[in-house]
Design a protein around this ligand. Structure first.
Ligand SMILES: [Zn+2]
Length: 319
């Protein structure tokens, strides 16, 4: 019975893969019919410290936090440190810390570990330098998220850094649902720069639909791989799009049968103990496990997610 179901899910995933490249945000793929609800936790990367157009840093940051509070969601801010030693940087970290969210590590200068110019020793320093900034906060936690989800391009770097993280008491701050919220955000800001009073409802719709679409895709893939529902972790960024649209996004997930959960709870799922052996290493955990299995070659894109996949649909919608 389970085998038949997994087979059917594989067929569904193949179907989504064939049709996804021409998807438009209004065509969300059908959900898997199982009793247990899909679950997702929210994490936010980088931590910006700038005003955006007419929005002061404090305004948009507090707005983002208010959405999390409304839904009683505990998130993780994966902070990259270079901008966090200023009063603005300290404000961002304390506001998230004091609202009960966890503060985790996303390097000091945000380099790609799969770049030939980035050495193992240099990348270790990135973790340590940022650790010295975030460890001052009471909700500091030792999760490390690789910038661009790039986990190294040689076995020496990949294994070397995994051993180093373990030695430092760090775990990989994996993502299971990757997406291009940053790209939607860039286009939203371009529109608001052009016209601060522009109607942004189309961006809101695109943001919601895009993220639910990617979540549904990775949930189908996760189900095909593991034969169960996992606790997902979605990657979003600390940006204006999240500040303006997160409440709508959470409601959209709930309306489509998803449960939302605390990020530290999601990481208790045993899927996060998996260590894919791909070289180069990285991307979302589900993408990497699917790649390693060799069973989904037809539907796995590389890079898994990028603005170039969203550009035609956003152009067409005039966003
Ligand atoms: Zn980042």
């Amino acid at each position: 019975m389970t085998k038949i179901f997994v087979f059917l899910v594989s067929v569904l995933v193949s179907f989504l893969g064939v049709f996804y490249p021409v998807y438009t945000p209004t065509h969300a793929p059908p959900a898997i019919q199982v009793q247990e609800k899909p679950r997702v936790a929210f994490t936010f990367d980088d931590g910006q410290t700038n005003d955006i157009g007419t929005y002061k840093l404090e305004d948009w940051n507090e707005r983002l936090l208010s959405h999390l509070k409304k839904h009683q969601l505990k998130a993780i801010l994966f902070s990259s440190g270079a901008n966090k030693t200023t009063p603005r940087g300290k404000y961002v970290l304390s506001s998230w810390n004091n609202a009960g969210h966890l503060i985790a590590n996303h390097t000091f200068t945000h380099p790609s570990f799969s770049s030939k110019n980035v050495t193992l020793e240099g990348f270790k320093k990135e973790l340590l330098q940022n650790d010295s900034i975030i460890k001052a906060y009471s909700n500091y936690t030792r999760y490390f998220r690789f910038p661009y989800l790039k986990e190294g391009n040689t076995p020496e770097k990949i294994d070397g850094f995994r051993a180093f993280m373990q030695q430092q008491g760090y775990k990989n701050g994996h993502v299971t649902i990757d997406a291009s919220d940053w790209y939607i955000n860039n286009r939203l800001i371009a529109r608001l720069t052009q016209n601060p009073k522009a109607d942004i409802s189309g961006f809101r719709e695109y943001y919601k639909n895009h993220l639910l679409n990617r979540a549904t895709f990775y949930d189908s893939l996760a189900y095909a791989l593991s034969g169960r529902r996992i606790s997902h972790v979605i990657l979003l960024h600390h940006n204006l799009a999240a500040a303006l649209f997160l409440d709508d996004l959470v409601q959209h997930f709930k309306a489509n049968g998803w449960e939302v959960m605390a990020a530290d709870k999601a990481y208790q799922d045993k899927i996060y103990d998996e260590v894919p052996r791909n070289i180069p290493a990285g991307e979302s955990l589900i993408w990497a496990l699917a790649k390693q299995s060799g069973r989904f070659e037809k539907i796995l894109r590389y890079p898994a997610e990028d603005g170039e996949y969203e550009k035609p649909a956003m152009d067409k919608l005039g966003l």
